[in-house]
Design a protein around this ligand. Structure first.
Ligand SMILES: O=c1ccn([C@@H]2O[C@H](COP(=O)(O)OP(=O)(O)O[C@H]3O[C@@H]([C@H](O)CO)[C@H](O)[C@H]3O)[C@@H](O)[C@H]2O)c(=O)[nH]1
Length: 388
């Protein structure tokens, strides 16, 4: 069969792009996925006891983008789901993001109420304030509050997660979990929050089921596709391939001779099934200060599945070591890494027909909705460049 485009990687970004090229342009698209299953890190599946779990940690879909919601809704029905997280701090389980309830549970009543009053006056009811911003405040009560939250909820969690403290990483990272000036205990505030009714794998499988898409699993890129850097040519099964190559893998791995090695933080997951109905009172409980793991997730809270047992996952952050079978999860945003990433981009300019797409190829910390939005955007650019 001859193809008009190749997509490397059947995760959510590659699936959007393949689906759009097949359905909007009528192209024949070859999708090569190195794993034996599709879905990338959104992959979910029934574990040995029949509980639906997320193999690569909790994936909670949320978006404020109507077009992303409308687009995905073509491929799945939804189960409404608003994520809530508790954090074990000083022996108590407190809502995180840290909110007014968390403050009341952490301080004696007069102090808590005084802090809340200052917070409300300073930021307004409902505000969501990044912890690093709250730390800059001059008011002594706000300073006391910020220091408490910073020390108890952020410093150790972030050190485990990233291997460095909160001030050594981009402020955008801790700003994902602000301090909330209300009793709202939801992790996200987006207007659309839900999980695919039959899971992410089913949704992405529907996206890739277009007759114009030829999905080949257990097919690492190198078994079919080569880059000839001298001739600046893409080869598919050793034949020159003219069409676009959408690459969703690690961008540094495209370069010859490992010219650049980009740093990543990784996660080791420990999945367990327990012969009890429930394990914990919320989907995710964070452990900032105890244990080597950062959090435990219990999936039945997400899926609503009725099962006599329950399945949970512990997350242990660690350095990315491929030789230990670890996956690259989080790009590390040092200045050096950004320079190295730009070197990769510059080298790839030799192949204008390659489109780098998604978290690993663009070295970005995408939420799922941003990955979909980005893929839709990249498709509209590609459509102008490549279609006749
Ligand atoms: O208790 C905490 C929580 C977080 N931090 C710091 O904030 C960073 C961002 O946290 P988060 O957005 O939760 O990071 P992550 O990429 O792991 O988020 C994914 O997990 C789920 C959900 O959070 C599960 O509960 C979400 O859908 C995904 O986006 C974190 O890296 C820490 O530096 C903290 O210090 N303490």
């Amino acid at each position: 069969m001859s193809y008009q485009a190749i997509v490397i990687g059947a995760g959510i970004s590659g699936a959007v792009m393949a689906e759009q090229m097949a359905s909007k342009l009528g192209w024949k698209v070859l999708v090569l996925e190195q794993r034996e299953y599709l879905g990338g890190n959104c992959f979910d599946h029934l574990d040995e006891e029949g509980v639906l779990i997320h193999k690569y940690g909790p994936h909670l879909f949320h978006t404020d983008k109507q077009r992303v919601w409308d687009y995905l809704s073509q491929f799945t029905e939804w189960r409404p789901y608003e994520h809530r997280v508790l954090s074990q701090i000083d022996g108590q389980l407190l809502p995180i993001p840290f909110n007014l309830t968390s403050i009341r549970k952490s301080f004696a009543a007069p102090v808590a109420e005084a802090m809340i009053q200052v917070l409300q006056e300073r930021f307004g009811e409902g505000a969501r304030v990044p912890i690093l911003q709250l730390r800059q405040e001059q008011d002594p009560l706000l300073q006391q509050l910020a220091e408490f939250i910073y020390q108890r909820a952020f410093v150790n969690y972030t050190s485990k997660q990233w291997g460095v403290g909160p001030e050594a990483i981009s402020p955008a990272v801790t700003a994902r979990v602000p301090v909330v000036v209300s009793e709202d205990d939801r992790y996200f505030t987006d207007p659309w929050q839900a999980v695919p009714l039959h899971g992410y794998t089913a949704m992405i499988s529907n996206m890739l089921s277009h007759p114009g898409i030829d999905l080949q699993l257990s097919s690492p890129m190198h078994t079919r596709v080569q880059l000839d850097w001298n001739a600046r040519q893409i080869l598919l099964d050793e034949q020159p391939f003219e069409g676009p190559l959408i690459y969703c893998g690690m961008i540094d791995q495209l370069l010859p001779d490992s010219a650049v090695v980009l740093p990543y933080r990784s996660l080791r997951f420990e999945h367990k099934h327990l012969k009890q109905k429930w394990f914990q009172p919320a989907t995710t409980v964070n452990y900032p200060n105890e244990h080597a793991y950062t959090r435990i997730t219990e999936f039945k809270h997400i899926t609503g599945q009725d099962h006599t047992g329950t399945s949970i996952t512990y997350e242990y952050p660690c350095d990315y070591k491929p030789e230990q079978g670890l996956e690259p999860y989080y790009p590390i945003f040092t200045e050096l890494a950004q320079q190295q990433y730009q070197q990769c981009v510059a080298q790839l300019h030799q192949f204008p027909q390659i489109v780098a797409l998604g978290r690993l190829a663009e070295y970005r910390y995408f939420d799922m909705d941003d990955a979909v939005d980005n893929a839709l955007e990249k498709f509209s650019v590609l459509r102008l460049r490549f279609s006749v």
